[in-house]
Design a protein around this ligand. Structure first.
Ligand code: CIR
Length: 263
């Protein structure tokens, strides 16, 4: 491993709504159990706090079944929140619903003005680059309109294509350190990560690719022992967390927080 760079001082999460049983999913393997979801979510919040960050948990929004996936309607870069425009019609209202919380918890708020769409789950940030994967939720117009905001905050923007069968770019990739990406073989083969070292998930363990490096720890979904061991052997401090309920509605670890630093 190459050592982590940015220290995250803050994270914003949102408690899962009981309506999460109506959450979007590509294929149905049963509804999540709201109580079990709440237990797993509380453990997730505690794990982020254990790294030393200040973690604020916003109240559940029953009107938005997928609102626990707080990463999708916003992005925070260098303490500046950007209100995005989610690509699923049922999630569009989540952006406006979190604007006040963003202004209370971030250094400033910028509204993405676009007729297009961008989901935060399609945005992978390194220290100096923001990579956006076009998907069913993020289109060229949205990415083009996000560009000047990202560049004004000092990042390069790279627009790539997420293969069609993948929900979000970060469903199958995550940044482990400034030079290293964890990705599924399918996404790695799409050629998005040429400037990075890539560690690929083991066969049958693709869902572990939605990991998060948060301060000194790489959090991964529990239940993927071979890739977990690969990461440990590569020198990462790896902590597995239960995501069984989020997985039923196509969510994972990154979707459940906005992670950022404030001065
Ligand atoms: C959705 O389809 O929007 C939710 N059920 C799952 C969102 C997961 N978010 C993410 O990967 N960033």
């Amino acid at each position: 491993m190459s050592g982590h760079s940015i220290t995250f001082t803050h994270a914003l999460c949102r408690a899962p709504a009981r309506s999460v049983t109506d959450g979007l999913r590509a294929s149905d393997h049963g509804d999540p159990n709201p109580d079990t979801f709440a237990t797993e979510h509380a453990a997730y919040v505690a794990a982020l706090r254990a790294t030393g960050a200040s973690v604020t948990v916003l109240p559940a929004l029953e009107a938005f079944p997928d609102s626990v996936f707080i990463e999708d309607p916003a992005l925070v870069l260098k303490g500046q929140a950007i209100v995005l425009r989610p690509g699923a019609p049922s999630r569009l209202g989540e952006a406006a619903a979190m604007r006040d919380a963003l202004s209370a918890n971030c250094d400033g708020v910028i509204d993405l003005s676009t007729d297009g769409f961008v989901d935060g789950g399609d945005i992978l940030c390194s220290d100096d680059e923001v990579m956006i994967g076009l998907s069913a939720r993020t289109n060229q117009q949205g990415a083009d309109d996000l560009r000047p905001i990202v560049e004004s905050l000092g990042y390069r923007l790279r627009i790539v294509q997420t293969p069609p069968e993948i929900l979000h770019f970060k469903t199958e990739s995550s940044l482990l350190d400034p030079e290293t990406i964890l990705a599924t073989p399918a996404l790695a083969a799409a050629g998005c990560f040429e400037d990075y070292r890539v560690i690929t998930t083991e066969p049958g363990e693709e869902a572990i690719a939605n990991a998060i490096r948060f301060n000194d720890t790489v959090f991964v979904s529990a239940g993927f022992p071979r890739t977990t061991e690969t990461l440990s052997k590569a020198g990462y401090k790896v902590v597995p967390l239960e995501t069984s309920q989020a997985a039923l509605v196509d969510g994972g670890l990154s979707c459940m927080s906005l992670r950022y630093s404030r001065a």
